[in-house]
Design a protein around this ligand. Structure first.
Ligand SMILES: Nc1ncnc2c1ncn2[C@@H]1O[C@H](COP(=O)(O)OP(=O)(O)OP(=O)(O)O)[C@@H](O)[C@H]1O
Ligand code: SF4
Ligand SMILES: [Mg+2]
Length: 323
């Protein structure tokens, strides 16, 4: 598990690296104006990746690059300009909106901090942002408690936009909202991207939302990427065996439970091999044999933009999955 920057111990036993970090060997890029969706079951490491990009967690190894600049730095060591350009929105706006402040202050603060704007000019900025997220400018005099959940999430988005970011990190920002409110926010995100060329790293459990918003999709399983491609490519065969299970909504057996009889569980392996080379091996319905436990699967290129990490080549997966 990458550790939080603030608690990072300097010396002593507790300074040892964790045996198995929550995220390993993950590499992807996001272009300007692009939405990359990160999907994977709970605990697969999606938020860990987002928090590392936001500078809230220290990667134990690897590098984060933004606009050609190394940003593998905790948020407090990042320049103000960098902090402005990368903004994070979380699932629960209540945790991030100060309940004692009116919206003009909540949204006005980043305007003041990043652009040194105050007074009437700042108020005009707040009004414009509220209108951008389709709330009446008069809302600036309200408290967060006066708003519905959907309205509070819009305020959280307005506050992130107040920084005029280039990259928005959206971690399950729709999960707590009604479907009708979700649709409004999705439309808003699309409009913002078209109008401002924003890039999104978008995390969602809802595959319909991912399908409608993302340009590209990265599939994460237990901290490792297993498939990356254009949204149409990832949503149609060939699938990585995990993506296949995920998208076809077949129940994925928990480790050690209801495993197909020809699939050994991870616990049958010994010593270092107790962690299979392919993390999906203990649950994979298409496991080809002990090679999956012992040899890290290679990336196979399905197209210039679509890659799958599996011992079964993409062409073979396509044939198997066409049946
Ligand atoms: N603060 C923490 N301390 C220790 N381990 C943690 C912490 N936060 C997350 N983890 C572990 O790191 C792994 C990845 O968690 P993460 O929250 O990134 O998953 P996720 O894909 O975002 O899941 P979810 O869909 O439930 O939000 C999990 O095994 C989790 O138990
Ligand atoms: S490498 Fe083996 S276990 Fe892993 S997904 Fe492919 S077939 Fe399944
Ligand atoms: Mg999460």
């Amino acid at each position: 598990m990458p550790r939080g920057y603030p608690e990072r111990p300097q010396t002593g036993e507790s300074d040892q690296l964790p045996a198995k970090p929550a995220v390993r060997g993950v590499s992807f890029s996001i272009s300007p104006g692009e939405t990359l969706a990160l999907v994977g079951e709970s605990g697969s490491g999606k938020s860990t990746i987002v928090r590392a990009i936001a500078g809230l967690l220290a990667p134990t190894r690897g590098r984060l690059v933004f606009d050609g600049q190394d940003i593998t730095l905790p948020v407090e060591r990042r320049t103000k300009e960098l902090r402005r350009q990368i903004q994070l929105i979380l699932q629960n706006p209540d945790a991030s909106l100060n309940p004692r402040h009116r919206l003009w202050r909540i949204i006005g603060r980043p305007i003041e901090f990043f652009f040194r704007t105050s007074g009437r000019e700042q108020q005009r900025g707040v009004a414009e942002l509220l209108e951008t997220v389709q709330l009446d400018a008069g809302y600036m005099w309200r408290m967060p408690s006066d708003l519905s959940g959907g309205e509070r999430q819009r305020v959280a988005i307005a506050r992130a936009l107040a920084a005029r970011p280039k990259l928005l990190l959206c971690d399950e920002i729709l999960s707590a909202l009604d479907v009708s409110v979700q649709a409004g926010i999705l439309n808003l995100l699309r409009a913002l991207q078209a109008g401002h060329g924003l890039s999104f790293l978008f995390i969602s459990h809802d595959l319909a939302v991912v399908r409608s918003l993302a340009h590209r999709v990265a599939v994460l399983y237990q901290g490792e990427l297993c498939e990356v491609g254009g949204v149409r490519e990832v949503f149609s065969p060939p699938f990585h065996p995990y993506t296949e299970v995920l998208f076809r909504a077949q129940p994925v057996p928990a480790p050690g439970e209801d495993l197909p009889t020809d699939v050994p569980s991870g616990s049958e392996l010994e010593g270092e091999e107790a962690v299979p080379a392919c993390p999906f091996a203990p649950r994979c319905p298409r496991k080809v044999g002990s090679i999956c436990d012992r040899v890290p699967p290679p990336w196979s290129t399905v197209s210039a933009t679509h890659a799958i990490r599996c011992h079964i080549p993409g062409g073979e997966l396509a044939k198997l999955q066409a049946i």
